[in-house]
Design a protein around this ligand. Structure first.
Ligand SMILES: Nc1ncnc2c1ncn2[C@@H]1O[C@H](COP(=O)(O)OP(=O)(O)OP(=O)(O)O)[C@@H](O)[C@H]1O
Ligand SMILES: [Mg+2]
Length: 298
């Protein structure tokens, strides 16, 4: 699937196959092409080239039939500021031809689901960013979709709000809903996704389950070293061969090794004294760094 804007190729020939009932993620930095991909899947922006099939249908021919079975949470909340929280859901449901009575009942259920019941009669403007996000997610569910598209569902939310969203999305998945989401948070991808692709510059650079990706592209553990400003640069060649791979970032040095404690002991044996040292399990951030040489969130 390809998406071009003029001469610029935003999505450069990606090939993905999402199974019914799974949670599938697009992980990548700013500008990777995640939203462009989501808009094609959401049938709001046709692919420039390639084949796209959703629920066995062709978006060019069956766009409205597909959209009726999709729930869409766009990257930026586009709630109606003129309406109350509840009316946002009811009005949206009416676009799908859902009766007013059903729409009202469903709106109240969904507001409970995203813990916004108490705000049902307030306007949307005074809501916090996290509340608006939850309302947008609730709105994506009014038509009881088979597939929910979530473009960065938790960007900008505080940890508590993120965990609530994760927990609700997990429940949806348990109910059999297919989730397709984008994120540049590796922990979100690890928490939610059965399978994911790592995108960079419009291309897929890796594909698999979080565990598979980590096993394939990283060591089991990582040692994060920080040096004081004076010591910065002093470690030079002293770190050569101390681990399977040494990654020098502007603010820290990462040592990739299956046994992090052993690598750290080796650092000390070489008379290096970092200001701080932390041994942790490798994650998707490390996969991304290994694949692209860059960190995921700048
Ligand atoms: N309508 C458009 N016209 C021209 N260029 C576009 C358009 N939409 C997206 N692009 C470009 O395509 C590239 C991919 O954008 P996209 O929004 O898909 O990235 P993204 O992975 O969602 O990034 P982010 O994490 O910042 O949301 C970017 O370079 C962007 O500037
Ligand atoms: Mg985006």
């Amino acid at each position: 699937m390809i998406k071009r804007f003029g001469d610029f190729t935003a999505v450069d020939g990606i090939d993905v196959d999402v199974q019914a009932g799974e949670a599938f993620g697009f992980l990548g930095p700013n500008g990777a092409g995640k939203s462009s991909t989501m808009r094609m899947i959401g049938c709001v922006s046709p692919p420039t080239d390639g084949v796209l099939e959703i629920l066995g249908m062709d978006p060019r021919r069956d766009g409205s039939a597909i959209r009726a079975r999709l729930g869409v949470c766009p990257q930026l909340d586009n709630l109606d500021a003129e309406l109350t929280v509840r009316e946002n859901l009811v009005t949206y449901a009416r676009f799908f031809g859902i009766s007013r009575a059903t729409a009202r009942r469903r709106a109240d259920e969904l507001l409970d689901f995203v813990q916004l019941g108490e705000r049902a009669d307030s306007k949307t403007e005074p809501l916090s960013g996290g509340m608006k996000r939850r309302l947008t997610i609730a709105r994506a569910l009014v038509n009881e979709p088979d597939i929910v598209l979530l473009d960065e569902p938790t960007t900008g939310l505080d940890p508590q709000a993120r965990h609530l969203v994760w927990e609700r999305l997990f429940r949806l998945k348990q109910q059999g809903v297919t989730l397709v989401l984008t994120t540049h948070y590796m922990d979100e991808a690890e928490q939610l996704c059965d399978r994911l692709v790592v995108m960079d510059g419009g291309k897929i650079v890796a594909e698999g389950s979080p565990r598979e990706l980590i096993e394939r592209h990283s060591t089991r553990e990582v040692v994060e070293l920080r040096f004081t400003a004076e010591d910065q640069g002093m470690y030079g060649e002293k770190l050569d061969g101390v681990a399977d791979r040494v990654e020098v970032l502007p603010d820290r040095v990462l040592l990739y090794a299956d046994d992090g404690d052993y690598a750290l002991a080796e650092v000390h044996r070489r008379s290096l004294s970092p200001a701080s040292a932390l041994v942790r399990r490798a994650g998707l951030e490390d996969v991304f760094l290994q694949l692209t040489g860059r960190t995921l969130v700048d």
